[in-house]
Design a protein around this ligand. Structure first.
Ligand SMILES: [Zn+2]
Length: 93
């Protein structure tokens, strides 16, 4: 029982140690800007499927970038929705 606990504990991401999550967060900007290689993007997308926290930060970043650069206009989003999304993002940041 004890060894199981230790094992789980050691798997927790250490600061400074490069985990999938930290790789993904480094890739975030590249992927959003469309500058990631297809390999990076594949790794990124695979990770998002199994990691909720990275998925959420990706969604947040994407929305933020979209709002900032006006990309949301390409998608049909009512102004009121864009505003409420922006408010939500500011709440959670
Ligand atoms: Zn992650």
């Amino acid at each position: 029982m004890e060894s199981k606990f230790t094992e789980a504990y050691q798997k927790a991401p250490d600061e400074g140690y490069e985990t999938d999550c930290s790789k993904v967060s480094e890739m975030l900007d590249l992927v959003i800007d469309g500058e990631a290689t297809s390999e990076e993007e594949k790794f990124f997308n695979t990770h998002l499927e199994e990691c909720v926290s990275c998925f959420e930060s990706h969604q947040k970043q994407k929305l933020l970038k979209g709002i900032i650069s006006g990309h949301l206009k390409r998608v049909i989003v009512p102004e009121s929705l864009a505003l409420s999304i922006r408010a939500k993002i500011q709440e959670t940041l």
